[in-house]
Ligand binder design. Structure first.
Ligand code: PLP
Length: 321
């Protein structure tokens, strides 16, 4: 069943003019934005109100993984909305139970505990909190060629220039260089890049570093696939110094690199892994991060993380099925 609007009320120009007048576009000089008006989408295509068709090579924000308007997902959302549109986070629901169990099947290694958030940045924020909480350390290492989100902590972790306007950001973030150094210098070896990271860890004081966060395959900073040995070596360094490894797979996860998760290509199991709405093919704002720790490991029941997912997750459940 679909209730998509087939006859647009506004023209493409009206939509663009009003959107530009009253809404802000992200990461853009507002006077320069020139958005495409989108009225509907199906499969690999999206359409303007006037019916001009585009192939959606970008899957919108690299998120509509199974294509637009999949009837199974549309139906699951409608059914769930009619059955139970909201339950507070202290409740247990069948969709919560089943989605957690299903995710435990597809996620690598011994990780089987999940926390649902509303977006990627929020997943990363909570991952930082957990890492600090479990280790009792405060520093987080991140890489320069990275994007981890736009909230206070996530934009501080972000290494690319989107961070600059938000500085000074949260304290305790230490950025390190990537193995990739731009078009002219290219790649360095996994070994030399890892040696630089280990030296930085030693100079910062390993006992002060809670976590190392990275995109296993870097997304908006250039689709950078690390050299073999890099992720495995980083995992070893993290283990050596008791530093938690956080894989930010907000962009690379859920099948976008050919495996369920990018880390699967190298059989690396991070301690925390962050995902977002790609989990729900862009349709609902499901995000998860998963952790190797049982919540029972927590030294207190006053666990300092929080999220208010706004939508039950049955759509994702169906998609994975
Ligand atoms: C790797 C990565 N991390 C985090 C985020 C932030 O996700 P969100 O926009 O849902 O907060 C993004 C967004 O594209 C991302 O690509």
């Amino acid at each position: 069943m679909t209730t998509a609007l087939t006859t647009p009320i506004m023209s493409g120009k009206e939509i663009v003019d009003l959107s530009r007048k009253h809404t802000l576009y992200e990461w853009s000089a507002q006077s320069k934005v020139d958005p495409i008006p989108v009225a509907r989408a199906k499969g690999i295509y999206f359409y303007t109100p006037e019916g001009k068709r585009f192939i959606d090579f970008n899957s919108q924000l690299m998120s509509v993984n199974i294509g637009h308007g999949d009837e199974r997902v549309v139906q699951a959302i409608a059914e769930q909305a009619a059955t139970l549109a909201y339950a507070n986070p202290f409740m247990a629901t069948e969709v919560r139970a089943r989605l957690g169990a299903k995710l435990a099947e597809i996620t690598p290694g011994d990780i089987d505990t999940f926390f649902f958030t509303n977006g990627g940045a929020e997943a990363n924020e909570n991952a930082i909190k957990i890492a600090r909480f479990f280790t009792g350390r405060h520093k987080i290492m991140a890489r320069y060629r990275s994007y981890h989100g736009a909230t206070a902590g996530a934009i501080s972790l972000t290494g690319d220039p989107r961070r600059w306007a938000a500085e000074p950001g949260i304290p305790g973030v230490v950025h390190v260089l990537d193995p990739y150094h731009g078009i002219e210098r290219g790649w360095e070896s996994a070994e030399s890049s890892l040696a630089m990271i280990e030296e930085t860890i030693q100079l910062e004081g390993p006992h002060t570093i809670a976590a190392f966060i990275l995109e296993p395959v870097t997304g908006t900073n250039g689709i950078l696939v690390p050299p073999d040995g890099y992720l495995v070596g980083l995992r070893k360094i993290c283990d050596k110094y008791g530093i938690l490894m956080i894989a930010d797979e907000v962009m690379a996860g859920f099948g976008r690199t050919g495996e369920w998760f990018a880390v699967d290509h190298w059989k690396v199991v991070p301690d925390l892994l962050c995902r977002w709405e790609r989990s729900a093919s862009g349709i609902t704002s499901l995000s998860i991060f998963r952790t190797r720790f049982s919540t029972e490991d927590s030294p207190t029941t006053a666990i300092p993380w929080d999220a208010r997912p706004r939508w039950p997750r049955f759509a994702s459940m169906r998609k994975i099925d």
